[in-house]
Design a protein around this ligand. Structure first.
Ligand code: ADP
Ligand code: MG
Length: 271
């Protein structure tokens, strides 16, 4: 497996409190790593550290390599160029990722303009419409000028995904992307992410507190607890032969585990 991201001894401190205790993991090109653990275990702090989006009060140390780049050694402007272009993030609550007073078409266009300021206007609109078609938003031409509140939660998450992926990042970090959605919509968004990652060969870090959800998309799973990775392995191994007591507890606690696991194993999803 060719490594895309290599994380060594990542540590995140908020003042005297250490939220992430020196975790190490890698993500291969085109691979989906699931990061699972209960609330407060340091999943978001780790992913925000990767994106360079933690507040200035946070202290980050360790080594983050993305391809040949040493991410923590980059300046703020270089990190900004990395974001969106090579690494993009999808958050739990699409409403917080969207500007409520800007039409969605323009918001996605701005994501392109941030990296390609000289793109021709006609080409730009065409790119945005293609992106909206790709995430299967109904009638993108008609809805281009609509505002975020005019869409359902699932549609908003599709718009956020279109915005995150429009610059064709090599790695997408999805932090609880389906947690705010009801179960039916959750399944649709998971299917969409699976399709896009396969079509584009992009790598993904898929974060959730729910091991059943992670089991539906991940090739490998890292289990986090209290700022540490307690167990990491192939999806099937973690679901079928968990070694750590904490992983077993997560498995037992996952409400939809049984059916979802059978489904994932039958269809080979995540493998
Ligand atoms: N900006 C912050 N300032 C202080 N503490 C924080 C901040 N962000 C997160 N934390 C703390 O770090 C720990 C890990 O949080 P987080 O990474 O958000 O967990 P998870 O995403 O796994 O639910 C928690 O104890 C949380 O309270
Ligand atoms: Mg979180």
């Amino acid at each position: 497996m060719e490594k895309l991201l290599d994380v060594r001894e990542l540590r995140v401190r908020f003042g005297a409190y250490e939220a992430v205790h020196g975790i190490s993991f890698a993500v291969g090109k085109g691979e989906t790593l699931g990061l699972v653990g209960e609330s407060g275990s340091g999943k978001s702090a780790s992913s925000l550290a990767l994106m360079g989006l933690l507040p200035a009060t946070a202290a980050v140390s360790g080594v983050l390599r993305l391809g040949e780049q040493d991410v923590l050694a980059l300046g703020e402007e270089e990190r900004r160029r990395l974001r969106g272009r090579r690494v993009a993030m999808i958050f739990q609550e699409p409403m917080t990722a969207l500007n409520p007073v800007m039409p969605i078409g323009r918001q996605i266009a701005e994501a392109v303009l941030a990296h390609e300021p000289h793109i021709a206007r006609a080409r730009l609109k065409q790119r945005v419409l293609e992106a909206l078609h790709e995430v299967a938003l109904p009638q993108p031409e008609r809805r281009y000028h609509d505002y975020p509140h005019q869409f359902s939660g699932g549609q908003r998450q599709r718009i956020v995904i279109a915005m995150a992926l429009i610059n064709r990042p090599e790695l997408v970090i999805a932090d609880e992307p389906t947690t705010a959605l009801d179960v039916t919509v959750q399944k649709q968004i998971l299917a969409l992410l699976r399709r896009l990652r396969t079509e584009r060969g992009m790598a993904m870090i898929f974060i959730s507190h729910d091991l059943a959800v992670v089991g539906e998309v991940a090739d490998r799973i890292a289990v986090m607890r209290q700022g540490q990775i307690v167990e990491c392995g192939p999806m099937r191994q973690i679901l079928l032969e968990p070694q750590h007591t904490y992983t077993k507890q997560l498995l037992a606690a996952a409400p939809t585990m049984h059916t979802d696991r059978d489904h994932a194993l039958e269809t080979g999803q995540g493998a």
